[in-house]
Design a binder for this molecule. Sequence first.
Ligand SMILES: NS(=O)(=O)c1ccc(S(=O)(=O)c2ccccc2)s1
Ligand SMILES: [Zn+2]
Length: 264
Amino acid sequence: NGVVWGFTGVGSAVGPDCIKHPLTIPGGTRQSPINIQWRDSVYDPFLKPLKISYDPATCLHIWNNGYSFLVEFDDSTDRSIIDGGPLENQYRLKQFHFHWGAINDWGSEHTVDCKFYPAELHLVHWNAVVYPTFEEAVMEGNGLAVIGVFLKLGAHHEGLQTLVDALPAVKHKDTVIEFDVFDPSCLIPSCPDYWTYAGSLTTPPLTESVTWIIKKQPIQVDENQLEAFRMLLFTSDGEEEKRMVDNFRPLQPLMNRTVRSSFQ
Ligand SMILES: NS(=O)(=O)c1ccc(S(=O)(=O)c2ccccc2)s1
Ligand SMILES: [Zn+2]
């Protein structure tokens, strides 16, 4: 089947050749995504503003990996980094990608007061101060920091359009095109407010290594831009076409976690 990782209704992820995988890793205590119940989040006055400094020249290419499309960056130096916020160290930008639905009623991975957004952006960073490689950081509790940004239906997004214009070239799984100048900070809302909690990757290996930083304010994109995501395919060229939609993981139990907010 063309879909490497799909999620069936209840309790199991369908993996390669339909091997049954547990939806959450056995014994997982900090899985993602979660519902963020606004009134249960706790204001933490010690949370710092998030510092973001990306060098557009570190952008490398766009890649359809059969689950989402990833924009990958040169993470061999500290040219594109985030710091501050809930983080103890600075973290290097590795890639960003999106999750979206078949229709505008759902698509995001996190929800706010049980509300889905039509899509969610994830900017993935790793702790190169403490860990020598990304692969090692993926396995450590403080290894990764992912900024989540909700997308809502509204005005045309100029910055996103340069990305949308390139998508037809990565329609099929395992296609890649060069994309050599892009500043992802244009996709991050100006409002500094965020929630943060300790979580996991939302796709295999589902490791519990992510400090999530979820921006309170969504960005606006228009219908054509969301439709452009939906014309991508999970499948490789020559296979029976499966549209790349609903590539989000179901909500996971909060368990013994508190979501902190940087705002009152
Ligand atoms: N949706 S998410 O932001 O939680 C996410 C899933 C996978 C990644 S990864 O690209 O870092 C990665 C990590 C390990 C192996 C392969 C890819 S980030
Ligand atoms: Zn993601």
